[in-house]
Design a binder for this molecule. Structure first.
Ligand code: SF4
Ligand code: MG
Length: 311
């Protein structure tokens, strides 16, 4: 997808919709990923296009199921499934606020929809939330096309908040917005987190955004977690060679935070992933063992790292 978007210069959401309709080869988008998100914290998943970030987000919110095995989302209070019936405990904010709002619905109905979906009282829900997200009560009667991109993302945020979710999955929530608007929306999300005690799973390829938002960061490569650490620790001491490579490549992102080109070498074909450590064809430190044996995630210092040479 990322190569096609470069060649044809079209928006990724549009291309994704086309690609979803095509027959496709079987690929394992995500495998054996497991992580804890402390209550009221922000856990960021980072990685290049195709690393499986969005797939994980959709699985957590219940939009996608596992083709093999299962997806388990456990709540901090020990409930088996944080998503509950209808998975109302988790809401999602998407990358493209244009595509994720029904153009024929008034803002009032869009925002209150999660409440309506479980048969709750929707009266005044939208009006209260519009002010929380920096819009006005009068906006409740309008339609999505009457708003700018940043305002639409505010509407999406209000909708995500409407039913008091335990967790909000934010998939590249600002990457479709103008640079000048991105910071405003991110600051709003931070403020709301403080105010409502929210927990975010924050998906992004933009390290600047992640550094600003995250408490904990998980780095994905070809559908597996390769490193996880506190945000400060990760930026200070990246331990996995892939994380180090990502950080070195960061200044090459363009003004919109999109990666201009992937760091050193292309991502291998996910349909035929490399043996052993999937990163070995690109890894400057690879040894013989790396092609033969897959490294498991293990604790190194305060981080978790999947690399034979992590120490
Ligand atoms: Fe590089 Fe080997 Fe570590 Fe993989 S396991 S990241 S190939 S050193
Ligand atoms: Mg994505």
């Amino acid at each position: 997808v990322s190569n096609l978007t470069r060649i044809f210069d079209v928006s990724k959401p549009w291309l994704n919709r086309v690609i979803e309709r095509l027959p496709r080869a079987r690929l394992t988008a995500v495998s054996n990923v497991s992580f804890d998100i402390p209550d009221r914290s922000v856990y960021a998943l980072v990685g290049e296009s195709g690393s499986g970030k969005s797939t994980i987000g959709k699985m957590v919110v219940g939009l996608l199921d596992a083709s093999e095995g299962e997806v388990e989302v456990r709540a901090p209070d020990g409930q088996d499934d944080a998503r509950g019936a209808g998975r109302t405990g988790v809401q999602m904010i998407f990358q493209d606020p244009y595509a994720s709002l029904n153009p024929r619905w008034r803002v009032r109905d869009i925002i209150a929809e999660p409440v309506a979906a479980r048969g709750g009282d929707t009266k005044g829900v939208a009006e209260a939330l519009l002010e929380q997200v920096g819009l006005s009560v009068e906006d409740a009667g309008k339609f999505p096309h009457e708003f700018s991109g940043g305002q639409r993302q505010r509407i999406c945020i209000a909708r995500a908040l409407a039913d008091n979710p335990r967790l909000i999955v934010c998939d590249e929530p600002t990457s479709a917005l103008d640079v000048s608007v991105q910071a405003q929306v991110l600051n709003l999300m931070s403020d709301l987190r403080e105010e409502f005690g929210l927990t975010y799973l924050f998906i992004s390829h933009d390290l600047t955004v992640v550094q600003h938002m995250a408490d904990t960061i998980g780095v994905l490569y070809l559908g597996r977690l390769v490193e996880e650490a506190g945000a400060d620790d990760l930026f200070e001491t990246p331990r996995h060679p892939y994380t180090q490579m990502l950080f070195e490549a960061a200044p090459r992102m363009d003004a919109y935070g999109r990666d201009v080109e992937p760091p050193q070498g292309e991502i291998p074909d996910p349909i035929n992933p490399p043996t052993g450590c999937a990163f070995h064809p690109r890894c400057p430190r690879a040894v013989d063992r790396c092609a033969a044996e897959r490294p498991e995630m293990r604790r190194v210092g305060t981080s978790r790292v999947a690399c034979h040479l992590a120490e």
